[in-house]
Design a protein around this ligand. Structure first.
Ligand SMILES: [Zn+2]
Length: 163
């Protein structure tokens, strides 16, 4: 069991703080989507109360992960920065209630637990922040995208042969 399991409600009530660095290789679900499992993720949590009185966790996750560019198929470093405010509810029903009462897109309401694995939250957040279609801003090498340019006309081919 992870060493980062906390009573999430108590963590918020006592304004708990936790932070650390964890090798990317330990996040098994995340690794499935990565081209290479090197590096680590830095993370931090701050427990507290939402202005409305609900327990909340403020989470930061950052690090560099390796993805494969979908345009040129080369590896590239994706720097990951995620910030989330999680409001804790005691159960699904109260989560729905808090969701509509707070009505804030920047907040995620989750069902808290007395044995909540902080690293699982880190992994969820990292997964959510991965680009759906990773690619370089500008590819450094030749592009190998599957969709080919339209085929060269036979005349152009002849012209190239002559020159
Ligand atoms: Zn590329």
């Amino acid at each position: 069991m992870s060493a980062h399991v906390v009573d999430s409600f108590e963590f918020c009530r006592s304004a708990g703080q936790a932070s650390g660095s964890t090798p990317v290789a330990e996040f098994k679900r995340l690794c499935v989507d990565l081209a290479d499992v090197g590096g680590e993720l830095r993370w931090s949590f701050e427990g507290g109360l939402h202005p409305e009185g609900d327990p909340q966790l403020v989470m930061d996750v950052s690090g560099t992960v390796k993805l494969v560019c979908q345009r040129c198929m080369a590896l590239f470093d994706h720097s990951l920065h995620a910030h989330a405010t999680l409001v804790l509810a005691a159960d699904d029903e109260r989560a729905d209630e808090a969701e509509s009462r707070l009505d804030d897109d920047d907040i995620d309401v989750i069902v808290g637990s007395k044995a909540m694995d902080l690293l699982m939250l880190v992994e969820d957040e990292a997964l959510l922040s991965l680009p759906l279609s990773p690619r370089h801003e500008v590819c450094p090498g030749p592009v190998q995208e599957v969709q080919k340019e339209k085929p060269e006309s036979p005349f152009a081919v002849l012209k190239n042969l002559k020159s």
